[in-house]
Design a protein around this ligand. Structure first.
Ligand code: NAD
Length: 441
């Protein structure tokens, strides 16, 4: 399961050989750790067009802990933030080029480029063309920049302060495998956070499918951020489940999420019958081409990956089990966005998650104060992907801008950002954690 190629290219012989042969050069990514919690270097703040966010954005960037500069000759930089919210027509795109062209080579390995945009207008097609242009720009730069550098676009519907949790995430090692994404940040009021190191303190989170894999990593990361955990998985996985829960000082709930009484049992397991964070991570694959797929393989995937998410979400919102200020994060997949040979059932279930999130998010927030978002993992190194045949597995790993698979912790960090109290303005989004996969880009 280990990525031996990534290890090999990290050696001097491997670097020499792969360069000579023109093979992919995956960079060792800087991920968050208690010892290296921040990007290392300065943050270059640039502007294209006339921004209305300047002062507020200055204050937000100051709180990232990175040393800010506007000096493009400052040498190697860890991150660049380009405020392009004021780019209002095609001619204005020249300023985007002028700002980034001289500095793009100076961005350090595992660095970050974040472009801030405005929502494309529905009444001014010149503004819309320029702002939509930023999307193509960001996605292309992500593919060419190399060295483990990520490039993302954040569209501001409200003020820059609403995007603080998003910018802190994207400008940190926690977003190492998130690239080529467009995130829209609304104008909802972010909740204040007491302890920045434990933003989820006092909150209860339930993670489905958390005996192993991505779910276990999500549970661990939410526990690191201070949440009290309820780990849920099928009774057959009880041993692993107990171990994960015990390690995190949480509760184990052995339950098949497709059970008719799943929501009631979840509510009964929650302290005071209330939850703050609900992570729908449990998922299965039963691959076959449609022509060879019996109805039971179809039905089981839809039942676990989609129907259980719809049913438990509806029931827990209706019963008020999810407290005001709550967060729901469901799990899609790039296969659901791009389509995949042999996965009509899986892709239907995962695209279904995207539809659910988009439709429910505004209502859930208006009626319950709960946000609803999804993560869409790409190729993540887990037991699920270890079972993929060797050549397809190797292709899956390399076919992204970072030329490597992601780790469960990459999905977990993205989930923790969406679950953050200050992320109330992030709602209805599906964020891919895929190293900018070529699939469905
Ligand atoms: P995994 O198979 O390692 O873990 C899934 C967990 O869900 C298991 O512990 C399993 O027992 C549990 N589960 C399955 N059915 C359940 C049910 N009915 N009730 C309760 N628990 C149940 O998978 P993973 O790779 O960690 O994937 C986690 C999620 O991420 C899934 O939704 C998957 O579709 C999605 N995903 C994974 C990848 C990847 O590359 N690994 C890519 C895209 C999406």
């Amino acid at each position: 399961m280990a990525d031996r190629y990534l290890h090999f290219t990290g050696t001097s012989a491997g670097r020499f050989l792969t360069r000579r042969l023109g093979l992919p050069q995956p960079a060792a990514l800087h991920r968050w750790s208690a010892e290296r919690p921040r990007l290392e270097g300065s943050l270059l703040h640039l502007t294209a067009g006339r921004s209305t966010h300047t002062e507020e954005l200055d204050a937000v960037l100051a709180r990232t802990g990175l040393t800010r500069t506007t000096d493009t000759a400052a040498g190697a930089v860890a991150a660049v933030v380009l405020d392009a919210t004021g780019v209002a027509d095609a001619a204005g795109l020249a300023e985007v080029h002028a700002a980034l062209h001289p500095v793009v080579r100076s961005v350090a390995a595992s660095g970050r480029i974040v472009v801030l945009g405005a929502p494309p207008s529905t009444t001014d097609h010149h503004q819309a063309s320029a702002q939509q242009g930023l999307e193509g720009f960001v996605r292309s730069l992500g593919k060419e920049v190399g060295k483990g550098v990520t490039v993302n676009l954040v569209r501001l519907e409200g003020g820059a302060a609403a995007a603080e949790s998003t910018l802190r995430f994207l400008l940190s090692p926690k977003s190492a495998y998130v690239s080529g994404q467009v995130v829209t940040v609304g104008d909802a009021e972010p909740e204040a956070v007491g302890d920045r190191d434990r933003p989820l303190a006092g909150r209860t989170a339930l993670v489905t499918g958390s005996a192993r894999g991505i779910g276990a990593a999500v549970a661990e990361t939410l526990a690191r951020d201070g949440a009290r955990l309820i780990c849920l998985d099928v009774p057959q996985a009880a041993e692993d489940l107990e171990r994960t829960a015990a390690r995190l000082g949480g509760e184990a709930l052995a339950l098949d999420i497709t059970a008719a009484d799943a929501a009631e049992r979840i509510a009964a397991a929650a302290p005071d019958g209330a939850l703050d964070i609900l992570i729908h991570n449990a998922g299965i694959t039963r691959d076959r081409r449609l022509a060879n797929m019996p109805a039971d393989r179809w039905a089981s995937v839809i039942a676990v990956n989609l129907t259980s998410v719809l049913d438990t979400t509806d029931a827990l919102l209706k019963a008020g089990t999810l407290r005001h200020g709550g967060r729901i994060v469901a799990t899609a997949s790039i296969a659901g966005l791009a389509g995949n040979n042999g996965q009509t059932n899986y892709a239907a279930s995962k695209a279904g998650i995207v539809g659910l999130v988009r439709s429910l998010a505004p209502r859930a927030y208006a009626e319950h104060g709960v946000t609803v978002n999804a993560v869409a993992p790409g190729f993540i190194e887990t037991k699920m992907t270890a079972a993929v045949p060797l050549f397809i597995r190797e292709a899956g790993r390399r076919m992204n801008s970072l030329a490597q698979g992601g780790l469960p912790v990459d999905v977990a960090e993205t989930t923790a950002w969406l679950a953050h109290p200050a992320s109330a303005p992030v709602n209805g989004q599906t964020v891919r954690v895929c190293g900018q996969s070529l699939l469905g880009a």
